[in-house]
Design a protein around this ligand. Sequence first.
Ligand SMILES: Cc1cc2nc3c(=O)[nH]c(=O)nc-3n(C[C@H](O)[C@H](O)[C@H](O)COP(=O)(O)OP(=O)(O)OC[C@H]3O[C@@H](n4cnc5c(N)ncnc54)[C@H](O)[C@@H]3O)c2cc1C
Length: 437
Amino acid sequence: MKSAVLGGGLTGVTLARLLHEQGDDVIVLERNETIGGLCRSVREAGFTFDSGGSHILFSRDTEVLSFMLSVLGENADRRKRNTKILYKGRYVKYPFENGLYQLPDEDRFFCINEFVKNLIAVEKGEVPPPKNFAEWITCTFGRGIAECYMLPYNEKIWNYPASRMSHHWVEGRIPRPPVEDIIRSAIGIETEGYTHQAVFSYPVTGGIEALIRAIAGPILPVVRTGFAVTSIREEDGGFVVSDGRETVHADRLVSTIPLQNLLPALSDVPAEVQAACDALRYNSLCSVFIGLSGGVPDISWLYVPDPATGLFNRISFPSNYSTAVAPPGHSSILAEITYNDGDEVSAMTDDAVIEHTVTSLIAAGIIPSRENVVYTGVAREQFAYVVYDTEYQKNIKIVREFCRERSIDLVGRFSQFEYLNMDGCIRSAIDFVRTDG
Ligand SMILES: Cc1cc2nc3c(=O)[nH]c(=O)nc-3n(C[C@H](O)[C@H](O)[C@H](O)COP(=O)(O)OP(=O)(O)OC[C@H]3O[C@@H](n4cnc5c(N)ncnc54)[C@H](O)[C@@H]3O)c2cc1C
């Protein structure tokens, strides 16, 4: 049986490798000239930056984590996470609820008081179940943590009102912090959150793309780059896939490309299915790369909730993940800005985005001066984040059902249209091969 895997990002190359390892005939069809998708890295002027935003390796899934680390072998460095939130000019420990002791007194009081008041109200059954993400945030953390950090940060990264987002994806995944931890954190006793990420790994050389290259090693001969899938036909119980110039025949089709790119390649898509697909929300990403002479703060990455500080929601310091990603005596910063077609950022030129980022980071005291900036660059990704709006569950069901009827398997972040990290993508690929392979 021959399988065609559409898309050569992390999911596509992992699927192809696993199918190949079990002796299947497989071909990967990737639109870009290079594989990697969101996990590509750019190397310029001695710096390496991850073009789909800063990536690190971590997972609660031990099988997946050991797969990622074993393919990287010697090319993996382990680092202790030191992550902060830039709050009113201070560096507050991340997650926010673990750094309350670093807040100004009034804000610390607001956060603890509202947390406790909310907890009592919840326990008395006075808080109705949340109907959207904004209500879930307040109901989980109280109005203080919600208003100081959670709501502004989430509205910045999602570029969408939290009150119009669904909360199904966080419920059960992010528990309410125990009140003891909130009190400890408020009086300065060390507490740790998100411990599965407290130590992370990163490739020593090559940026996150090194992981893709390591996974893809054995299957490079079956990867076809520069092949943008534009048409898919069913024929004799199989599929004929084309980029408008060449055709590829396969018995089975596994799509890892965004649904928004898959549907236009199919014929006779019912209007209701097309409308459901068009309504699926996603965010695009602008990554701004800055190479510096001299050092940067000893921080892994920094969340920036306040819109007044800059358009970016997160600043990371790749040279703190691996010293080999910047020339000796130099360091690097990667700023992430989410945007949507037609908004302020989508209309900005790359030069304008760079200028905004450098000026904002100098004002925030993160870059000492303009003279330190020795390299700048920008990369944009159309599909970066799935946005779970309140219509999401209804729409995704319609699109998935349609793909199932057409016998097209969906695996991967924008194919399943789920907020999957790298470990989630690899898990999906493993499970697919185990159950359907
Ligand atoms: C800012 C940011 C930070 C992240 N940080 C982390 C992190 O620290 N750790 C972590 O585990 N995960 C992280 N992730 C998530 C991670 O990037 C994704 O889970 C993973 O890269 C998704 O891989 P994929 O192959 O499913 O999708 P993609 O990478 O989107 O790959 C899809 C591929 O399909 C190709 N394609 C599209 N259309 C066509 C077509 N018509 N024909 C042929 N090919 C096509 C694309 O070119 C692309 O190569 C982050 C994501 C973002 C946006």
